[in-house]
Ligand binder design. Sequence first.
Ligand SMILES: Nc1ncnc2c1ncn2[C@@H]1O[C@H](COP(=O)(O)OP(=O)(O)OP(=O)(O)O)[C@@H](O)[C@H]1O
Ligand SMILES: [Mg+2]
Length: 365
Amino acid sequence: MATRGFAVENVIGEGGYGIVYKGVLQDGSVVAVKNLLNNKGQAEKEFKVEVEAIGKVKHKHLVGLLGYCAEGAKRLLIYEYVDNGNLEQWLHGDVGPVSPLTWDIRIQIAVGTAKGLAYLHEGLEPKVVHRDVKSSNILLDRKWNPKVSDFGLAKLLGAEKSYVTTRVMGTFGYVSPEYASTGMLNEGSDVYSFGVLLMEIITGRNPVDYSRPPGEMNLVDWFKGMVASRRGEEVVDPLIRLQPSPRALKRALLVCLRCIDLDANKRPKMGQIVHMLEADEFPFRAEPRTTKETAPLHSHSAVTNKVPRPTKDVEGDDVQRTYLPAEYSDIYVTLDKSHPSLIVLIGTLSCKISCKLSISSMALS
Ligand SMILES: Nc1ncnc2c1ncn2[C@@H]1O[C@H](COP(=O)(O)OP(=O)(O)OP(=O)(O)O)[C@@H](O)[C@H]1O
Ligand SMILES: [Mg+2]
């Protein structure tokens, strides 16, 4: 009834699990009704998982499940309606020469998405791994507030740290290498997908795009190559008119790199990602300051574009390694301990601000 008998004019779109309709309930409230394909067995199983997982979950940045219907072969999920399309449409659709998604709006979308995922990973017991983080599953309202949708692939995780699944789901281009190759699933896989999503948000490029030249078809490979050859400024979506500050850009690029670390254990948690994206200064290491550290120190930190990799423990030095992927081992963070809040990025992502600071030989030896 709400969807006028699943009328064609009420179809919002179709995904891998069925058709989504816009519906109006008797009280006038608007809903999205997902009519799941009658895929015997699997659909039913997915349906139950989905209902159990989403039914409990209420969060500003997660699309709420309002109800469901399981009558005979029919499987319906009724969601709150989010009225401004999805992120994929806004990033890759025809929006004209200038994207309405400014840099700040994009970061706001990334932060909101990260908060939604952090809630799934860290705010629920048992936690929920989304398993299909991608731009079409980020719905937007008129104020560009993001809401993570579609838990059709979600599985509840129990006390066990990771979960092995028999078939890899998720979407091509977003799936973490370890999930694709072993079926090992934990929240780190979502973090990887979030990293790809963030790259997509920054660059406006699809995770896989066959219309691009060979070296650019895979977003992750192209992105890593660009950053490694110090061309980070060039990756920003040309449809963004007002460029981000170098600092804001570097922060976002580094979050991407950390999320796609091949070592899943080194990837940050979603909660940490929220802080990284929101922080004025990028706290690579929020270590408690020791007495030693609070004592007077050099007034300037070490800075250079080419920094030899520390061979010994750098404790006491001004140079601290970040937790970046191995292939970015020449990216370091120097921390000026006399100004604990000042973190200077050097190496591949050489930071202009760093040029203003003098070089400390101690930190480089
Ligand atoms: N709660 C909702 N409110 C408004 N639109 C929605 C809602 N849920 C889904 N949609 C829209 O319906 C369409 C189909 O969504 P669906 O989730 O079925 O497909 P998908 O996200 O493209 O792929 P997948 O099945 O892999 O998730 C998309 O355009 C999506 O933006
Ligand atoms: Mg979807």
